[in-house]
Write a protein that binds this ligand. Sequence first.
Ligand code: SF4
Ligand code: SF4
Length: 131
Amino acid sequence: MTLLMPGEGCRFWAAGRCLYEESVNPGLRREFACVVLAALEDRFDDFLTRSEILGLSGEQAGQIWERRMAQALNIGWDCANFTALQDDAGEALCLHFMEGICLLRMPRCPGRCRRYKLSRETVSEQGDGYE
Ligand code: SF4
Ligand code: SF4
């Protein structure tokens, strides 16, 4: 068995996960997405479909969505793995959330691989949330 050097320090490394796949094709792998965000997107898609059926103009639909946004966003973090983290503004975020993806859904970094790329700014999760 070959022992690999730790992947920490790689530009694709975040909290023990590998972000390589996501970085080459952002948003392509739906299974990486945060389930809460995905639910929100589904609501938005549903809203757009209804707007089309009702014959609303883009402007009208935009105004209605804006008014309902707060309500739409208020779906809570309905996820068993949600781990609260407060940002500077006092808002509750999820510790595992990162630019639309869930770090828990990303593959684990098995150690330094051929894609290892040294970075002075290793991606860290939500600032200092992770040790
Ligand atoms: S753990 Fe957090 S980031 Fe991951 S799916 Fe759940 S709410 Fe989204
Ligand atoms: S070392 Fe390889 S597996 Fe680990 S984070 Fe970097 S690219 Fe991904």
